[in-house]
Design a protein around this ligand. Structure first.
Ligand SMILES: C[S@@+](CC[C@H](N)C(=O)[O-])C[C@H]1O[C@@H](n2cnc3c(N)ncnc32)[C@H](O)[C@@H]1O
Length: 209
């Protein structure tokens, strides 16, 4: 399972926003919608082994589960409509809004604690981290990203003991970072499969299978 956690510093927690003004009155919700699109959509297909957490103003958590996701299209307006529907259903406990979209009160701290308890390895995506290509990436990793703003001092403090990985020296858009991480993991998966295929062939030719 690949997990991405995106911190939406100003993203609206009220459903009363205008779909035509996601970058304005919805507090840059457009950035988070693009992150969801990059996390889940392939050309004509959906990545099912992905889970995304959107943390809105450190008060509300949307958890989007690829294996259960229905009704989502890659365009920002459709995704924002699903987020708006979820915000209308916010209650004390986590609740499913539409298939695969869950909403609950929560913060960066609650998400970090929850993923740590599950045994997920946490990684912060940061320009000043260790280079991606030289870093080991576990199967069960959760990647933390900020939206269009820097991580705040409080967030950096909370994430200070988590390894940082850099995708290069230039500041990239958060959704582009997600695409790069997916691509790197896809390529590593393929070479992993090739390696195990080669091992099976070698074992067969040696009479071990
Ligand atoms: C648009 S950037 C945030 C602001 C950006 N640091 C700037 O100065 O414009 C969004 C997020 O994507 C991730 N990110 C951007 N560039 C990156 C890079 N080169 N390596 C790793 N992560 C990066 C970080 O998590 C960052 O907080």
């Amino acid at each position: 399972m690949r997990r991405f956690i995106i911190i939406g510093h100003r993203a609206t927690i009220s459903p009363d926003f205008i779909l035509n003004d996601l970058a304005g009155n919805a507090g840059r919700l457009d950035v988070l919608c693009r992150c969801l699109s990059s996390a889940f959509f392939l050309s004509h297909d959906l990545r099912r082994d992905v889970e995304v957490y959107l943390i809105l103003q450190d008060q509300v958590v949307l958890r989007i589960v690829g294996s259960q996701l229905r009704r989502m299209n890659p365009d920002e307006r459709n995704i924002a409509g699903l987020i708006r529907a979820a915000l209308k259903k916010l209650e004390e406990r986590e609740r499913m809004s539409t298939p695969g979209i869950f909403i609950s009160p929560g913060s960066l701290k609650t998400v970090v604690d929850q993923l740590t308890e599950q045994g997920t390895q946490l990684i912060v995506l940061h320009e000043k981290g260790d280079p991606l290509r030289d870093s080991a990436l576990p199967d069960e990793a959760a990647f933390f990203l900020s939206d269009h703003l820097e991580f705040t001092a409080a967030e950096q403090h909370l994430l200070q003991n988590i390894p940082r990985i850099s995708l290069g020296p230039l500041p990239l858009h958060a959704n582009h970072c997600i695409t790069i991480v997916h691509n790197e993991l896809d390529l590593r998966d393929i070479s992993e499969h090739k390696r195990s295929d080669t091992t099976i062939k070698e074992e067969r030719s040696n009479g071990q299978r």
